[in-house]
Design a protein around this ligand. Structure first.
Ligand SMILES: Nc1ncnc2c1ncn2[C@@H]1O[C@H](COP(=O)(O)OP(=O)(O)O)[C@@H](O)[C@H]1O
Ligand SMILES: [Mg+2]
Length: 251
């Protein structure tokens, strides 16, 4: 395997008496979509928060692009090219699309004036790229569907140079059609060489787009399976529900 983009080695994290992660090791390749799966409480979000510098691991090592990294804040992780998009998205509902795309990172002109025209031009281009042709940069985010919002939040991360985007339950609140729209967009990002960690407790939401599945259970990794070794999403469901041992699957 070529050098992975991200390598997290033997990550431990406890909250008081709760061991949320008990020595998890994962790798994410360049342009790879990893489905991070497991029941509620398995440790998925905790791992994501460590990867973006929100939490410090109690023990373990992180490597990004082959170098040891030690993120002190989300800003730190972002500077390396790792971004997270949460289910609640951090979009400002009452602002137009173009403002949301540049939130906190607005281009400015002389005397610190916002460069509105530049933002709108860029937003127009991004909307085309995402495939939301019916929306204008001026449209207020409140008007958008859940899938459109999710795609805009992802586009914002990518636009600022993310090489790895972590999506924490991006489809939890979406309809089937909206989920398909988001999955399609993620597939196009992968084609551009961007890596994605897609967190979900629903394998059916990620099966179509993932290249590999990592399953957590009570803070431990119990399976790490390439898509080509998993013929049907039901196999993953069976592993999570403990009807099937991970070592019974593989190729
Ligand atoms: N900030 C926190 N304080 C205390 N316990 C936490 C905190 N975050 C997560 N946990 C606990 O760690 C375990 C893993 O949680 P989490 O990573 O959110 O799981 P998942 O995202 O897979 O549902 C759970 O038992 C949860 O209650
Ligand atoms: Mg979670």
């Amino acid at each position: 395997m070529p050098e992975p983009l991200l390598y997290a080695k033997d990550i431990h994290k406890s909250f008081g008496p709760v061991a949320a992660l008990r020595g998890v090791t994962v790798a994410v390749g360049r342009g790879e979509v990893v489905g991070l799966l497991g029941d509620n409480g398995a440790g998925k979000s905790t791992l994501a928060k460590i990867l973006v510098g929100l939490y410090r691991p109690d023990k373990g090592e992180l490597y990004f692009e082959g170098r040891r990294v030690n993120f002190r804040s989300p800003r730190d992780a972002r500077m390396h090219g790792i971004e997270i998009v949460y289910q609640d998205l951090a979009l400002v509902e009452d602002l137009p699309i173009y403002r949301n795309l540049f939130l906190g990172r607005e281009p400015r002109r002389a005397l610190g004036m916002l460069d509105i025209e530049a933002m709108k031009r860029e937003a127009e281009k991004l909307l085309r790229e995402i495939g939301i042709n019916i929306r204008r940069p001026d449209d207020i985010v409140r008007r958008l569907s859940g899938g459109e919002r999710q795609a805009i939040a992802i586009a914002r991360a990518v636009k600022f140079g993310a090489k790895l985007v972590i999506l924490d339950e991006p489809t939890a609140a979406l309809s089937v059609k909206e989920t398909e729209f988001v999955l399609d967009y993620i597939g196009r990002l992968r084609d551009r060489g961007i890596s994605v960690i897609f967190i979900t407790h629903n394998i059916f939401h990620v099966y179509a787009v993932a290249d590999r599945f990592v399953i957590l259970e009570h803070g431990s990794k119990i399976a790490d399976l390439e898509k080509r070794c998993v013929e049907r999403p039901e196999t993953i469901v069976d592993i999570i529900a403990q009807r099937l041992r991970p070592d019974q699957v593989g190729c």
